[in-house]
Design a protein around this ligand. Structure first.
Ligand code: HMG
Ligand code: MG
Length: 305
């Protein structure tokens, strides 16, 4: 038995674009978010309030958050590594903030310049202040299935951080395969550890597709009953502190798989493919999504016939 309904958290505007070397204007980011919500996405990670010296592409986050024509029923989330980030998030009227830690000490140092223990102390006031403002808090646990610096990461290490996140009051736990090395049974083992501390509805999977395992990992997590996954339109993305890692699994591919299994997402695949083609056009390349490319080719063939 797998869930009959799945929520996809679209992370393309944030995870997808943060690693882009070429400038992407705030206007293009805003247009992308609006196309995604028009396609039926109800959870959109729209921006990131991090140091612009660390991640220059996200420097326009305040402008992006101010420019989106908000749609009722859509939750807009942003990354907040510390209180300064939270201030930006609240000023930008984010509905949800993401504190991002790691299951690996080495990655924590490289990504957010502190140890795991220090990160939890930084997140503690962020969680309290977000809750005081009525804002939900999601945690991301990076490198839950492997680390570019440390190598192997065990389920024990994932559980330790999940427990710490729970202790400081985080509402939701996202388990992230930052470098895409996870395989289905290992993905299940990592998410099972998060499920010891968070309810089923508050655990999600975030799978980068570097080794082509993401769809299989999502299917394995569906078998656990997990029904929330982060995905990135057109397969955009990567992390500036995980060199060589590709984007998240493409939203189009996940929607194609889920709809093919009779699982509802509320997403209009054709409109989603258009959003993927739009941002890929802005970036001057073809979408990475296999389903997106296939559907565009089918349309072109139909138009030519
Ligand atoms: P730090 O240098 O240790 O911070 O960086 P600091 O508190 O010492 O401050 C240094 C400077 O940064 C100061 O400015 C602060 O004002 C500024 P200065 O006085 O030098 O001009 N600063 C900020 N500016 C804007 N917004 C802020 C902020 N905080 C400090 N929030 C810090 C620590 C966390 C800020 C830094 O390491 C950072 O920004 N890291 C971001 C890394 C990042 O964004 N990585 C990618 C996102 S995570 C990801 O992609 C993984 C995920 O997708 C899941 C997965 O796949 O694994 C979520
Ligand atoms: Mg990521």
């Amino acid at each position: 038995m797998i869930p009959t309904q799945v929520t996809l958290v679209e992370v393309g505007p944030r995870d997808g674009l943060q690693n882009e070397a070429q400038p992407v204007s705030a206007a293009h980011k805003i247009e992308l978010v609006q196309r995604l919500q028009a396609a039926g996405l109800r959870e959109i990670e729209a921006a990131s309030f991090v140091s612009p010296k660390w991640v220059p592409q996200m420097a326009s986050s305040a402008e992006v958050m101010a420019g989106i024509a908000r749609r009722e029923g859509v939750r807009y989330s942003v990354l907040t590594p510390n209180m300064k980030g939270l201030e930006g998030a609240l000023a930008g009227r984010a509905d949800e903030v993401v504190v991002f830690g790691a299951a690996s000490e080495a990655f924590s140092q490289r990504n957010i310049n502190c140890s795991i223990a220090e990160s939890i102390e930084r997140f503690r006031p962020v969680v309290a202040a977000a809750h005081a403002a009525g804002v939900k808090v999601r945690a991301a646990i990076s490198c839950a299935l492997g680390c570019p610096y440390q190598g192997e990461v065990t389920p024990d290490e994932v559980e330790r951080v999940a427990r710490l996140m729970k202790d400081i009051g985080v509402d939701h736990c996202g388990v992230a395969d930052t470098i895409g090395v996870g395989t289905p049974r290992r993905a299940q083992a990592a998410l099972e550890r998060a499920l010891r501390h968070f309810p089923l509805a508050e655990v999600s999977g975030h799978f980068h597709d570097t080794y082509g395992q993401a769809l299989a990992n999502i299917y394995a997590c569906l078998e656990l009953g997990v029904h929330t996954f982060d995905t990135s339109v057109a397969g955009l993305g990567g992390c500036p502190y995980a060199k060589g890692a590709t984007g998240n699994v493409a939203t189009e591919d996940v929607v194609f798989m889920l709809h093919g299994m009779g699982v509802a997402t509320g997403i209009d695949l054709d409109a989603l493919v258009d959003a993927g083609a739009y941002i890929s056009g802005v970036l001057g390349r073809a979408p990475v999504s296999r389903a997106g490319k296939a559907l565009l080719a089918r349309r072109a063939a139909a138009a030519g016939a």
